[in-house]
Design a protein around this ligand. Structure first.
Ligand SMILES: Nc1ncnc2c1ncn2[C@@H]1O[C@H](COP(=O)(O)OP(=O)(O)O)[C@@H](O)[C@H]1O
Ligand SMILES: [Mg+2]
Length: 242
């Protein structure tokens, strides 16, 4: 039997052209920064873009975007506010600055609920900022969202790549499309990650340099779009038909 929630969710998402989950095997590799900058870059190019933060235990995109003092409007569901040109939704609207230690099943329910009630408009892209690892959120999204694609973030470290490899292999087994792997915070010229990525037969989308100036750009979208990180992400989108 088909879970009735699948129908509701896909009804909600049916006007969105591409849904891209930014994921990794690990935390701290730059998923949130890349997901937010990617969404802003796509919006800047003139695409209607949404950003959906589903890292329920450590949400950060609202800080990067400077999304304080915004909230969704209740109207036959929840209409996401538009922040810096992005339609934006996050569990942060329901927890604010309280800690929200959700157990596995609660996170699943919260995600499914948000997917069911959020009224995205006709978007070209919806970028999803994922929690780290191969957990429930990945499995739930794959289960409930028909047309999902992934971009996987690693750092130059073998430790990060090892976990990324597992995620990539799982997605392949589940026949979920992977747009490619991005190497983030690159500090040395080694092309090890590029080679390893190509061994997996996954496109290597490019390397984003470590840019210490990014800290000053947190909460300031104009500054963020001027960083070397944003420059590289723009290049990656153009080279990959995004
Ligand atoms: N290319 C980069 N250069 C410098 N700092 C970065 C870069 N990418 C991410 N960071 C910083 O690294 C930290 C972790 O990034 P974050 O996006 O929160 O990772 P994740 O979402 O994977 O946990 C943040 O402080 C972020 O500002
Ligand atoms: Mg994050």
């Amino acid at each position: 039997m088909v879970d009735p929630r699948t129908t509701i969710i896909n009804q909600r998402l049916k006007k969105i052209r591409r849904i891209i989950a930014v994921s990794s095997g690990k935390g701290g590799v730059g998923k949130s920064l890349v997901a937010t900058t990617l969404a802003l870059t796509l919006a800047h190019k003139g695409y209607k873009t949404g950003l959906f933060d589903i890292d329920f235990t450590s949400p950060s995109t609202h800080v990067i975007l400077g999304a304080e003092n915004t909230k969704p409007i209740e109207e036959k569901g929840l209409v996401p506010p538009t922040i810096n040109g992005l339609e934006y939704m996050s569990l942060i609207y329901f927890t604010r600055d309280q800690a929200a230690p959700l157990r596995g099943e609660d996170t699943s329910n919260a995600l499914i609920e948000l997917l069911s009630v959020t009224r995205w408009s006709e978007l070209d892209f919806l970028v999803i900022d994922m929690p780290p690892g191969i957990g429930d959120a990945v499995l739930d999204l794959i289960r409930f969202v028909k047309s999902i694609e992934f971009i996987i973030i690693t750092t130059s470290s073998q430790l990060a790549f090892e976990t990324v490899k597992k995620l990539a292999i799982l997605l392949r087994e589940l026949k979920i499309p992977v747009i490619g792997i991005i190497e983030n915070m690159k500090m040395n010229p080694s092309d090890n990650i590029k080679k390893e990525t190509e061994k997996l037969d996954i496109p290597f989308l490019g390397a984003i340099p470590y840019d210490s100036s990014v800290e000053e750009a947190i909460g300031n979208v104009q500054k963020l779009l001027d960083t070397a990180i944003a420059q590289k992400i723009k290049e990656i989108t153009s080279n990959n038909g995004l």
